[in-house]
Design a protein around this ligand. Structure first.
Ligand SMILES: NC(=O)c1ccc[n+]([C@@H]2O[C@H](COP(=O)([O-])OP(=O)(O)OC[C@H]3O[C@@H](n4cnc5c(N)ncnc54)[C@H](OP(=O)(O)O)[C@@H]3O)[C@@H](O)[C@H]2O)c1
Length: 326
């Protein structure tokens, strides 16, 4: 019998629309997707840009352009930089990349309400716990999306692939809040659902990213090309086998029983894509390797499990993403 995937246990009960003012931290590909569709839907969505220089550039471009199929949306929605925010932020959608998140939030900390809702929509794990430590009274919600969007120019993006988005909490008793938040971020065509097992959704995404992202960096190839060579396929299998061992030690086996097939599926359906980690390395930007493979290796070490292939990939990608370091 086919194993039920964690996201299939999601709770999709509709709730009435609510008026929430969403501030978005991280006006890149994913943040702009929610910003543009939200603004078009009439929601109160506001961007927080890095600094005055970025705000000036945003104004010169007269806002954000999003290409989606035949359609181009172009809106100048409200935007501020962190030094000129007027009122305490109550709802913050965080779409920065993993290593940018803590510094970006710390720069905003005096503008964030004590009891704010901080919704983290990004790849990688470990950042939510750090945010909760930094903002102990805030409600930290985690999310995962498979929407695909890339940057074409400074404030111009392409919505390249439709996906699914789940949010959830590891704490009990937040069900109604989650439904309300999911509803308030479901700006057509984006649809946000509540997962009753967000940890499993995030773990599966981490597992897939641990395989595809670093291997595409090491081999400088597109996702689908990993499947073309027996050597690359053997490395994929080794990474997966190590993740399965760590998953077993953590009691997560049921979440990843189909990991070999899942990774092959993702590499096949995204065959033409260059992974974000490969793009980051090529552009000499920080990668998310610490929050992906680094997080896995950290857990493996805690449980005394050898993960030599993942460790090797972590070390290699770190060297490649800091090429100027000795
Ligand atoms: N793109 C996708 O298709 C996709 C799909 C699924 C998941 N994800 C995940 O979603 C997350 C976001 O990815 P992305 O592709 O949207 O990344 P991105 O395009 O690089 O967007 C991140 C944005 O955060 C901004 N930022 C960084 N530090 C900031 C600060 N201190 N203050 C204000 N803004 C700041 C960056 O500005 P600068 O440009 O000035 O640095 C950038 O615009 C990642 O975890 C990624 O793995 C992405």
């Amino acid at each position: 019998m086919r194993q039920q995937r964690p996201e299939e246990g999601s709770l999709l009960t509709p709730v009435p629309p609510t008026t929430i003012t969403w501030h978005i931290l991280g006006a890149g590909a994913i943040g702009s997707l929610w910003a543009i569709y939200g603004h078009r839907a009439g929601a109160d969505v506001r961007l927080i840009l890095r600094d005055q220089q970025t705000l000036d550039a945003y104004q010169q471009c007269a806002g954000i352009r999003l290409h989606s199929g035949e359609q181009t949306l172009h809106y100048q929605l409200p935007a501020r930089c962190s030094t000129s925010l007027p009122s305490p932020i109550q709802h913050l959608l965080i779409t920065t990349k993993a290593p940018q998140t803590l510094p970006a939030l710390k720069a905003l900390s005096t503008h964030i309400a004590d009891d704010a809702v901080l919704l983290l929509l990004q790849n990688g794990l470990g950042i939510a716990e750090q945010i909760q430590r930094e903002f102990p009274k805030a409600t930290v919600i985690q999310g995962s999306t498979t929407e695909g969007c890339y940057r074409q120019n400074r404030f111009e993006f392409v919505h390249a692939g439709r996906g699914q988005t789940f949010i959830g909490s590891t704490k009990d008793g937040e069900h109604d809040t989650l439904l309300q938040l999911a509803n308030s971020l479901s700006f057509s065509p984006l649809s946000v659902s509540v997962s009753d097992n967000i940890k499993a959704v995030l773990w599966r995404k981490l597992a897939v990213n641990c395989v595809i992202n670093p291997l595409t960096v090491i081999h400088r190839c597109r996702n689908g090309e990993l499947l073309n060579s027996p050597e690359h396929r053997a490395q994929m299998r080794q990474v997966v086998d190590e993740i399965l061992k760590v998953s077993a030690a953590l009691g997560y086996t049921d979440w990843v029983v189909d990991l070999h097939e899942l990774v092959t599926d993702v590499a096949t359906t995204t065959a033409a894509n260059r992974s974000s980690m490969l793009q980051d390395v090529e552009a000499e930007r920080d990668t998310e390797i610490d929050a992906i493979t680094g997080y896995l290796c950290h857990l493996a070490a805690q449980h005394k499990i050898a993960v030599p292939m993942n460790q090797q990939l972590l070390d290699k990608v770190k060297r490649l993403s800091s090429p100027h370091q000795p």
